[in-house]
Every structure is written in structure tokens, then in C-alpha cells.
Ligand binder design. Structure first.
Ligand SMILES: *Cc1c(COP(=O)(O)O)cnc(C)c1O
Length: 429
């Protein structure tokens, strides 16, 4: 494949944009080479500036669960745009999407819209601190909750890829209030709670981790956290920015049957426009301004175009619930196909999968936390990434990322992907 124009565009971008990208994970630092510039996308495919057609397994890092340029979403945005793009006043559509989201997700009474997953998680933690009157938070190594200061402590994918697990610019004071536990390890949480008695406001986690590859919670892990939170007056925050409206209509809470106190959203809820949200029961949400003392605001929060895209997306998912089964089935098909090929080609690997999240790790040992995720063979991953790309398959340019399956992928696309895996790993791998 030829990537000439992409490389030229990247050269030009680097002159004016730090690293040539507006979000670091888009650069190919972890795998080498220049990033691909995309011109347009439709359904399961990306079309790049050199005219290459790629089967897309990133799907804008999650939002495009129904594939690119999905008609109902596109049309809703076009129609809304004609009526003005922002008013800074309440609009009816904000209530419509709030009502729909609350009807789909268990255990929430009210929802506040923001502009990104980062904002949602940052605000959720402030709310938890305000509500409990406590300062410290527990997060897990390898979990990502956006780039706000409190979370940039062993933050998974992007941060890990760039070798700066603790970013400069985060003050010691802030870092001290973030306690670090190990994913799938209840004991590590119990110890932190015991040594910080009555100081912990919340535990925040990805109920299915997706930013160190895909790592499902082990049996009893989420239930154990729920119990520890109840016993110690700690709020449990599920960061469902990735899993929300993906693993089920009601997200991980529904799929795994564990209730959180505060839930954050992003990605799918915006249908491809910049949206995040956080939600909880009335008692907690009433702590938020203007009803309560915890301040949180946004000039473009609840923006009409963003709400139109989000409402169209959630309406599709709500009315066609079979979509969740369908993408899960596609993902299982892909997992089995790739497993067969890698077994036949005698490659050491672990595939983690739950619902429509899946990741391939080039290590034999089970991948259950950040430490085991980091054991993967990165040289192999680089080869794998570029090999897949040259065969028309676009996966995330880091071994610490989940693949996102969209409903637009056909069986032929999945077969082509499995064949590409065979070609890439058949010899000299
Ligand atoms: C993507 C992501 C975020 C951050 O969302 P942005 O919209 O990129 O700010 C937070 N949490 C999780 C679990 C994510 O996957």
C-alpha cells in the first residue's frame, strides 16, 4: 500500500500542531511510521488520503458502534444545523436525550451532559468529593479516565504508550490524593481503605477495562468493590465512557449486574460528536449546581448538534436492541477465527473478549491487570499492526488498546480480517 499523501500531510501538520496530532494516541509512536490521514468513512470502512480502503476496528475509539456516517445520525445533525448551532439556553432535545438515557441505564435518576469523557470523569469525582466530604480517590493501574490531573497516575493506553505514566505538570498535592490499586485485586483495595480510614470519597474504575487492552473483571471483583464501598461510605464510580451503550443498552451495570453510585459516559452517547455525561441517583445529583453546592458548567454542554447526534444514536440502539447480540456474535466469530489462525501458526497469544470489546496480546499468560498486559511482546505487535494495515485492516496503533467492533462489519469483512491475521503471522513473525 502507498501512504505518500498521508506522510506529506503529516509533515505539514507537524509544523503547526504539536506532534502533528490533536490527541497523542493518533500518532504512531508506539508502532513507528507516519499516521494515516483519513478523508472520509462509510459503514465499516475508512478511506484515506491516498485512496486506500481500510476495514476499521477503531471506529473513532468507540463511538461509531453502528458504523461510519450512519444515516439517521447524519440526517439528525444536518436538520438540526439548519436551525442554529448553539443558543446557550435550555432546549427541549436535552430533556429528550436525558429521559431516553435514564430509561436505558439502570440505577440513575438524573444525568448532566458535558463535552468529553474527561470532563465527565473529572466532574464525577468532584461530585463524589462534595457529596461525601472526603478528599482521596482510589483508581486502578492501567485504567484511563481522561486527562485531568487526578487521573494521570498510571493511566493506561495513551499515557503508557508514551512512557510517561505520571505526567509532569501534575502537582504532588494532587497526586497524593489519588491512591493506586491493582485491577482484579480486591486485597490491594482493602489495604488502601484500611490505611486511609474515612478519607476516601470514591473508587473509580472501568467496569471492563479497555485502556490496557480489554480486561474483563474477574468473578466477584466488582461485587467485592460494591461491598467495600457500602461498608466504608465510599461512592463507587463506573467509568462507562467506553462500555456505556456498548456492552448492553444499560452498559456494564446491566451486563454484569452490579450497581454503581455514579456512572460516566462518553463515546457512543455522542454518536460521533463531542459529548460526555455523568449520572447518579437524585440524592447525589441534587448536590450539583444550581440545586446544590458542587459547581460544574459548560458553554457548549448540551449543544443542539451534539444532542441531535446522541439522541439519534441512542434511539437506534434502544429501538433495535438486537444490535447488541449481533455485535457480540460478530466479535466471538472474530475471536474464534483469529484464535484458530494463531494456534495453527504456533504463535503465543492471549485474546481477551467480552461483548464487542476484544484485544489480542502476544503473550501466553492470562492478561488480568496492568502488569500482565505489559508483558506482551511489543515487537510482535508492531509487526502485526503494520502487517494488518498493509492488508487493509486498521487496528489501534498500540497493544494497550481495545478493538471496537461495529454493527457495519459484514461476515466478509471479518473473514478478510482473519485471513489478514493468517498472512501476517504465517511465517517470519
Ligand atoms: C475515552 C475514555 C475517556 C476519556 O474520554 P474523552 O472523551 O477522550 O475525554 C475516559 N474514560 C474511558 C474509560 C475512556 O475510554
Amino acid at each position: 500500500m502507498i501512504y505518500e499523501r498521508s506522510s506529506q500531510l503529516f509533515k505539514e501538520a507537524k509544523k503547526y500542531i504539536p506532534g502533528g496530532v490533536n490527541s497523542p494516541v493518533r500518532a504512531f509512536n508506539a508502532v513507528g511510521g507516519d499516521p494515516i490521514f483519513i478523508k472520509e468513512a462509510k459503514g465499516a470502512y475508512l478511506y484515506d488520503e491516498d485512496g486506500n480502503k481500510l476495514i476499521d476496528y477503531i471506529n473513532s475509539w468507540g463511538p461509531m458502534i453502528l458504523g461510519h456516517a450512519h444515516e439517521p445520525v447524519i440526517n439528525a445533525v444536518i436538520e438540526k444545523t439548519k436551525k442554529g448551532t448553539s443558543f446557550g439556553t435550555p432546549t427541549e432535545i436535552e430533556t429528550e436525550i436525558a429521559k431516553l438515557a435514564i430509561s436505558m441505564v439502570p440505577n440513575i435518576d438524573k444525568i448532566r451532559m458535558v463535552n468529553s469523557g474527561t470532563e465527565a470523569c473529572m466532574s464525577a469525582v468532584r461530585l463524589a468529593r462534595g457529596f461525601t466530604g472526603k478528599d482521596k480517590i482510589i483508581k486502578f493501574a492501567g485504567c484511563y479516565h481522561g486527562h485531568s490531573d487526578s487521573f494521570l497516575i498510571q493511566a493506561g493506553s495513551g499515557a503508557v504508550t508514551f512512557g510517561t505514566p505520571n505526567s509532569p505538570g501534575v502537582t504532588k498535592g494532587t497526586a497524593q490524593d489519588t491512591l493506586l490499586a491493582q485491577y482484579n485485586n480486591l486485597l490491594s483495595v482493602e489495604e488502601l481503605i484500611a490505611s486511609n480510614k474515612n478519607e476516601i470519597a470514591c473508587i473509580i474504575l472501568e467496569p471492563v477495562a479497555g485502556n490496557m487492552g480489554c480486561i474483563p473483571p474477574q468473578e466477584g471483583f466488582l461485587e467485592g468493590l460494591r461491598k467495600l464501598c457500602d461498608e466504608n461510605e465510599i461512592l463507587l464510580i463506573f467509568d462507562e465512557v467506553m462500555t456505556g451503550f456498548r456492552l448492553a443498552a444499560g452498559g456494564a451495570q446491566e451486563l454484569l449486574g452490579v450497581n454503581a453510585d455514579i456512572v460516566t459516559f462518553g463515546k457512543v452517547i455522542g454518536g460521533g460528536l463531542p459529548v460526555g455525561a455523568f449520572a447518579a441517583r437524585n440524592e447525589i445529583m441534587d448536590y450539583l449546581a444550581p440545586n446544590g453546592p458542587v459547581y460544574q458548567a459548560g458553554t457548549l454542554s448540551g449543544n443542539p448538534l451534539a444532542m441531535a447526534a446522541g439522541l439519534a444514536m441512542l434511539t437506534e440502539l434502544n429501538e433495535k436492541r438486537e444490535i447488541f447480540n449481533s455485535i457480540n456474535t460478530k466479535t466471538t466469530y472474530l475471536r474464534d477465527g483469529i484464535s484458530n489462525v494463531l494456534n495453527r501458526n504456533k504463535i503465543d497469544y492471549t485474546i481477551n473478549q467480552i461483548g464487542s470489546m476484544i484485544s489480542v496480546h502476544f503473550a501466553k499468560e492470562p492478561v488480568i491487570d496492568f502488569e500482565s498486559a505489559a508483558l506482551g511482546n511489543n515487537d510482535r505487535f508492531k509487526k502485526f499492526f503494520h502487517g494488518m494495515l498493509d492488508n487493509g485492516v486498521y487496528i489501534a496503533p498500540s497493544s494497550f488498546e481495545t478493538w471496537f467492533i461495529s454493527e457495519a462489519l459484514s461476515t466478509a469483512d471479518l473473514d478478510a480480517t482473519i485471513q489478514a491475521v493468517d498472512k501476517v503471522t504465517y511465517k517470519n513473525f
